[in-house]
Every structure is written in C-alpha cells, then in structure tokens.
Design a protein around this ligand. Sequence first.
Ligand SMILES: [Zn+2]
Length: 850
Amino acid sequence: MRRLVLLFIFLKGSFSLFAQSLDYYLPKNVNYNKSIPVPATVIGHEVGEWHVTHDRLVSYMKAIDEASDRVKLQPLGFTNERRQQLALIITSVSNHQRLENIRQQHLQLTEAARSGSLNVDEMPAVVWMGYSIHGNESSGANASLLAAYYLAAAEGSEIDQLLEKTVIILDPSFNPDGLNRFATWANMHKSQTQVSDPNSREFNEVWPGGRFNHYWFDLNRDWLPAQHKESQNRLALFHLWKPNILTDHHEMGSSASFFFQPGVPSRVNPNTPARNQELTGAIGKYHSKFLDSIGSMYFTKEGYDDFYYGKGSTYPDINGAIGILFEQASSRGHAQETENGLLTFPFTIRNQFTTTLSTLAAARGLRKELLNFQRDFYRDVQKEAAAFPVKAYVFGDENDKAKTDIFIQMLLRHEVEVYQLKQDHFADGRTYRSSSSYVIPTNQKQFKIIKTVFERTFDYKDSLFYDVTAWTMPLAFGLPYTEVKTSNTLIGSRIEKLTELPQQASLPSNAYAYAFRWNEFYSPKLLYRLQSKGVAVKVATKPFKMNVNGKEESFGFGTIIVQAAKQKMQGENLARLIEDAAKGTDVEVYPLLSGLSSGGIDIGSASFVNVRPPRVMMFGGVGTSATDVGEIWHMLDTRYNVPVSIVDVDRFGAINVVRYTVIIMPSGTYNNLSKAGQDKLRDWISGGGTVIATEDAVKWLSVNGFTKTIFKSSDEKRDSSIQLPYYLRSDETRAKDMAGSIFEAKVDLTHPLGYGYNNSSVSVFKSNTLFMDKNKGPYDSPVIYTDNPLQSGYLYRGYKTVVKNSAAVNVDIIGRGRVISMVDNLTFRAFWLGTNKMFMNAIYFGNLIN
Ligand SMILES: [Zn+2]
C-alpha cells in the first residue's frame, strides 16, 4: 500500500553486457506511473544484467508494496535459512477495499450447498503466479520483478480492466534458499567480457546446485506430502484463496525452446476432470498468441505430464483450479551458446514475463468459464463422493501416536476434514481404538484429495511417467487403515488442529530402571536425547513383561532400558532428566520398581545389550545423489536430532575415520572414491564399523567386492522376430523404468533391523531396477519382498517375477564389522515414514548383527 514516495538514485551498472532496459521486456504503448520505482533503482542493476538475489527481490517487492495502493504484501513465513516467503496481492484499489468480501464470496464457489446463488458475472478470478521452485531455473523469479512493476505501474484501460476482474497473488520465489544459492553462483562467475562457452564454470554449478531447498529436496514434489516449510507456508495461503489458475515457471535444457501446458494427453491423472484439460488448452491459446507476437519458439503436448499431485502444476488440478507448467530453455548463467544460437538471460526472462501476461489475459478472458468450472468441480465432487463405494477411511496406530499425528497434520494442510473415531471399530483382524484412531468420511469437499491419498493404482493408460506412479500415503506412513463401506456411526468430534502432545507422567525417583518401547516414531529421538546427556542405555534383544502401577505391561524386541544403578546421575535428577527428554516425543516411559520380570528376561539379563551413542558420517558431494543425501540428512536432523557429518567422497581419503561408528553411503556412483579411500573404508569396516548403503551404493559395494550381493536381471526374453518402429525406441526404454511403485516386504521382527515394528508387513518404495538375491546365510536377509509384492503403482511386465522374494535388505559381515545393503530408498521424500525406523535400527543396532 502507498505510504510514502521513495526517492532513488538511479544506478548505472558498470557491467552492462547483455543488460536490457525495461523497454525490451514491457508491452509497448503503455504509460507507466512515475511514482512506482523501476527494479534497477531498488536492486541495483537492470533486470537480467545480474541474477537477482533473494534479499534484493524481497526489497523490491516491499518497495512496490510501499509505493502502490494496488498492492498488499502478504508474508507467508520463513524458509529453513530464515529467508522470508511472501506474496503480493494485486488488484484494483476498489477491490482492495472489499478484499475480504471478495475472498469469502470466492470461497463459496467451493461449497456445493451454497454456490448455486452466486453470480459469477461480478466476481473476479483469482490467479496465483508462481516462479522458480527450482532455484537454478531463475528466469521465472527474475521475471517476477517485471510482473510486479508492470502490475503496479501500468496505466490505462487495459490494466484497469485486468485489475478489476482479477485478484493476482504474485509469489516471486517458490524456493528462496535455492534461488539465492544459484544467484550467488551465477553472479560470482560473471565476466566483464562475454564468456558464453558452455564449458565455463558459470554454467556448471557445483554439487548440490541451486535446484533444491536447504535440505536438498525437490520442492516441486512436495505439494502433496507437504513435509517442508516452504510448502506448508504456501499451502496455507493457497487454501485461504483457492485460486482459479496457478502457474509454475520452470526452465529446461538449454537447447530446447519454450513449453507450456497442456502436456501429454494420455498422462493426465484420471482424477483430473476432462474440463480441466479443455481449459488448459484454451489458456494455451493466449500463450501462443503472446509468444507469436515476440517471435519466440514454443511447443506443447510433448514430454511433460499432469500425473503426480505433488507437483505445482498438478496439485491445483485436484483443487478445482488449473495448474500451468512453463518450461523455458535455460541460459543457466548470463548468456550461453546453444544449438540454437546464443541464448541470453534477458531473452529467457522476457518469455517468462510474456507468459505471465498471457496467463493474466486468459484469466480475464476466460474468467466466467474458470469460475463456473470451479463451482462445477465441487458440485461434481459431491456426486462422485456420494457414488464412491468407500464411505469412510479409519486409521490410527495406538502404538505409534506421533506418526498418526504427522499424517493428520498432512491432511489438515489440504483442508481435509478429520474426525476422532467415536467408538472402537473392528476390521481386518484388528481393533481401531476410539482413543487413538480417526475417521475421514469421503463425502466431503476434499474428496479428491482423500481419494488420491488413499487409493492404490494398478492400471495406467500410458507406461511412461515423469515422476512416481503411486503415493498411497497410509502405506508410505506405515499406518494401519481400513475402508468402511456402509454409512456409519463412527464419526466423533472434528479435529480442527492437533492438540499438544500429552506430557510424560511424573516419574518416581526411586525406580530400579526406566523403560520405553521402540515402536513409537520418535523413540530414536528420545534415545539420542538421553545419550547426549550421558545416560547409559541398553536394548532388549528378547521380550519381557513387567508389572507397572499394578498392570502387566509387555515390552517387545528393541525396548530401551535405563538401569538406575549404572548412571552417573541418580534419583530425582535422573527421573527429571528422563521426563524432560520424553517431552514432545509421544513416547511413554515406564518406571520399573524391580529387576524381576513377570515373564521373559529380567533387567540384569545379558540379553540387554549396551547401545553406543552413534557417531555418524555420511558421504556427500560429487559421486552421490544430492536428494538421497538430503533425505537422510533431513530425517536425522529434523526428525531425530541426531548429528551427521557429511563428507565429500573425494575428501574421504584425507580424514580420520576412527571417530565414527556408522558410515552412510547414500545412492551414488562413487567412481571418484580413490583406491586408497576404498582400502581405508574396508579397514574401517573390518575393525568393527557399520556401513549402511542404499540403492546404487549397494551395487557399487557389490561390484567392488565389499559384499557378496548378487543382482537378478529381468527374465524377459526378447523376441528377435519382432522388429519395432524406430520412433518408439525411447518410449520402449522408458517403459522399462521403475519410476516409483510400492511393494510389500516381510520383516523379521526379532532381527535388530526389525525392532519397533508391530507388524511384519512393511510397504517399501522402489524406484530402481536393482533386484537383490537373498544372501546365503539364514539370518542375512531380514527384509524380503513377498510372493505377490506389488501394492500400488506401475510395474513393467519384465520385472514381475524377479521382484518376487528378492531381498530388500541384506547384511554382509566383514571382519568385526558389517555392510547393511538397502536396495531401495527407505527415507523417500520425507514422507516414507514407515521405513524410517528400519534405517534408524541400522544406525543404532547395526553393530548387534553378527
Ligand atoms: Zn524445474
């Protein structure tokens, strides 16, 4: 909003190579309000002359907010690196004066019972413009400077009508931490003299690059799982406004041109209505007209799809909106030679800005269609939900309350209505207790979200996928759930927001020992908190029973005990320390007043084994996959607060490894691990170390003779009499990919890697075509895929038999140490919580395996 008119000293950059003045970008024959600062006066350079850093981007958005009464700045929150996420709400001055009314009325379009009386003739369309979720695809965020300027400064009837008929939510940077990392890289390598050679350092970021957020996650996969701050902050505003269009501006390879949706028609998720794609096509006509006018090349309907709802251009499609993906050929740095000639950064920015304008023109031109579509979408949802055979989903795990809570939190972020279970419900051989279980009726507004979160999919129109093919969330979370098919009496009170976790009951100071079970999601967090305070702990390698407060409690494999007499800290101090450590973990600690059990082992038994505090190193850097390293880092750091030292593969030869008890090898090629480094690793393992390897690292360890793991290959016989048309060759290869599906494995609950699991059936995410044979020893393959393992997702026919009964985890003993080979990703995208425990077991109890 206008508060003061700022005076700026106009800066003239000395690096003017490829700098373009505003005239290059902006529509011709438009007058601009002189009191609105142009970007250069705030950010210190012309748009496209340098890569804008996030702090300068924020400064400009704040300056626009101050200078214009068309603009209101909306803070969203902060990223991991404490950068501010914000959006500008841009509309006419008169709309701003009744903005809350407009919003309330707009939301009624999504209420089937109330939307009938609305007159869309007078309602503005809501358009969310979003940029550069991949931080190193920065032409989008740089174009947002122009979008903010144009929308605040342009004068005349064209802009007046646009602002009267739309409410624009301008989100200049979907991924602030990544954008800033990349801008720093591109700027620090810029020369005064033109260097456009693609080999130059400017165009080749170092690992992990600016694509990702702080923890090296791809935020454009997190819209549905919503496990990251950036997504959580953004979704809160998304549902406050429920836009009609949401744009997602990206970049692709430097030799391409420009892509806008619609994507490949056969790869649209079946939960997305056909009308969505028709409107996407109608919006596309505006993009083509605008790009034609500046002579830019483009393509549609090839390559990109609308299948996985975790992506920014697909999530809106299940929320009554139209998501639009844009992909611009990337200059990476400031200007790069390509097959199609010199590609300059300003040129890429101009295409992103031009398609920003075409989207807004489409929103204005198709306003009534978009608003009617949104209303119809939610009416149709109501009909679909009524016809859907499942009337409710019941879920919950009384032995894993925190994980149940994380699942509910995820659903609430999508405005799904969740209710407490009213009465105990018996299904599929288990009792869902009303105290720890929840129910989601399907007959509600967010039915489509519920459907995609719970459904298992097996049939696909197409066999090529841009991303994962299945994401059945309760399987990923490892949560028991059941379908209810008759109208029911199970619905209790609505969960609006999760209440604080119950506090640990006060512990007596005279206990003989304290015990807690391993099945809660945060049990490893409590364990590390105790260890970091110097508390000595043991783990039960056999089960036992004990009377606690007059009730017999069963304690399974993996129960942790603190023997009071063995501690430096005693009595009251010890009891308070344990109480404190248990706070916020949902783990219940039991005081044991005697060492004598009422069944199984006693507290002084040798079957309680010391648990060492883990000292963890993880390989990172070139030779490893940044997202795989990031997922493990994120889990250890944010879920369990266990410190991990990330060491670059090529530095391993130079460090002292004696201080570590565990070395993690995330998926990677490791072809830069020197011979000396390999010998050092082998010696360290033989001396008693535990290596945990995942995916490609498992293969590397086998090929390099660390393990005896043998891989199976596809059993498909090529029929040499069939000759295929040449144009199908890349499709045929890609159909053999495992883009990401869900398989059932059986875990040995008595094995240290199986501690804390209540059920031997575990759902594992698989996105590679590595299939391990079981190791020779009878105890060496504690997790094995079942006879008929596919639970959800696409599976190429050639892998149907090889995956059966293959090993998910193998153990190889080397000297006094061991290698734990996990062929799949047990920490996938921060929402595959069901297999996190197995990974933590490898860290904590790996050294018990012999
Ligand atoms: Zn991208």
